[in-house]
Design a protein around this ligand. Sequence first.
Ligand SMILES: [Cu+2]
Length: 666
Amino acid sequence: MKHRHLVLFITAALTLPVLLSSPGCKPQNPTSAVEGDAASKVYVAPGKHDEFYNIVSGGFNGQVSVYGIPSGRLFRIIPVFSLNPESGWGFSEETKPMLNTSHGFVPWDDTHHIALSTTNGEHDGRWAFVNGNNTPRIARISLATFRTEEIIEIPNSSGNHSSPFLTENSEYAVAGTRFSYPLDDKESNPDVPISTYKQNFKGTVSFVGIDKETGHMNVAFQVLLPGVNFDLARCGRGPSHDWFFFSCYNTELASTLLEVNASQKDKDFVMAVNWKKCEEYVKAGKGKKSKVRYAHNVFDEKTHTGTSTIKDEVVVLDPNELKDIVYFVPCPKSPHGCDVDPSGEFICASGKLAAVIPVFSFSKMQKAIADKNFEGEFEGIPVLKYDAVLHGEVKKPGLGPLHTEFDGKGFAYTSFFVSSEIVKWDIEKLEVVDRVPTYYSIGHLSVPGGPTRKPHGKYVIAYNKITKDRYLPTGPELTQSAQLYDISGDKMKLLLDFPTTGEPHYAEAIPASLVAPKSVKIFKIEENNHPYVAKGEKEARVFREGNKVHVLMTSIRSHFTPDNIEGVKMGDEVYFHVTNLEQDWDVPHGFAVKGANNAEILIMPGETCTLKWVPDRTGVFPIYCTDFCSALHQEMQGYVRVSPRGSNVPLTYSTGNKAEPTGEAK
Ligand SMILES: [Cu+2]
């Protein structure tokens, strides 16, 4: 603990000498920070439910996890951009297309930000969106099934970091490129010297349209921008509804040693984009069509199958021609978070290396734009005067501000990475009113409903980068972790530490009452339109098409139909299409066959899933259910016989009865 703070002091002394006098840097005693009644405030009695769902990004594991608040209990890991053996995500034939990209099958990504869908700026409990940072993608997760329903790749982007953040009615999800680079457009030449950064490297922000009813996404338009790095973003709300705000760093346009070279200027920018104007220009045909390639993957709940389509065009708007869509606002220094308060009037940006938190006024911004109160241009885009748009600065708030959320009662909560604390400040008066230590090095933080018009203002959850001495050691890497604080009173109070899966970047929390009643319990078997469904045991069958053997199998407690199959031959591709006939909540069945490269599939009630198996030897291979489903789960098994390629063993199948021969074609 002490050593860690020493390291931070040294880091701070090297990079932030101005800020060292901050009161936030005092080491705190971690064991004395919890008050006597904390446990009762997070205690959820057996059989009782939590008040909030906490939807948390899994960082480098490419997943999303779901916790209960206030208990901190882990309920579910949702596979998104990563293979998941537990559910067979990315292994089953139905889910493989979901991980397709223009680079081929990419079964991994780096998730950062969660965005829950909103209507009129308030959570509507429909969808969660999350970014793939590495191979730029946005995924949409259904909050009825807690499954990934759609993944869209973002063209003309490298490092999808400022993403996905939604407009107030979930009209759009934005995706800003973290890395500027020579864009994907096929008519341009991407093979340029890195030293030509200033001429050839560009940035973009993409506006991904979201269908009101289905949630389906499409890349509606992109805005072409100078080669800065885009970090984070927030939508305007209320009076600023038509606008979107992004933080940008590296206005130095450096390509090497950014830790030094992107910290040269006193101010970088907050970028304000008028997306309503952009929409008008797109409708008026002002955009240019850029030739690109990107994948759009959709999971159909009725066929239980994902499809992947490669698209080849995107509309790009150029603010050098369309002068009123983008403005820069100077912001000290390397801003990270860019957050809008519930009223939509105040925009605060956290300069990682800044000694103040600047708070901008949207109405002053509008006046400065109307008055053309510019201090100049950056790469052809107007730069508003800092003093003309500033509401004020929060002085000496702490070291290394990153992110801000709001409680709806006029207060903001900012995370400070270097001084390891949450600082509460008054938005109108710009005064710090409270500070509390985090353990340790907080990144994002989340107030339930914090990024909406009506935050719940009860808790703030810290997502920490370092755990150190908080848990039993587990080798060189300790568990990732979060911490829950009570913010219902004047003073913040630490209530709970809880471990998390993967690095918890951003998270959102939503009242359970908005999600739980809509939870899907089963998939209706009569609505199952999977091409290889068997809607009852009588429909189960096996047939051959050349070297492909299709097994339409059913599972119900506690047997498969069929459970004996003979006549598979070496060189065959065997497709087990398993339909789970159960119509009962919480009764999945699993399916596995010895030697298959896909360990298993897990089939929900009423669903069909396909496991592909190419036997590599002759013999008799057991199949079994991998999910403990009944007292006779262990008996839920069967056999498949594989014969040599030239053998004359007929293709037959059976369950309990004598084997039936099967046709050689459908
Ligand atoms: Cu079973």
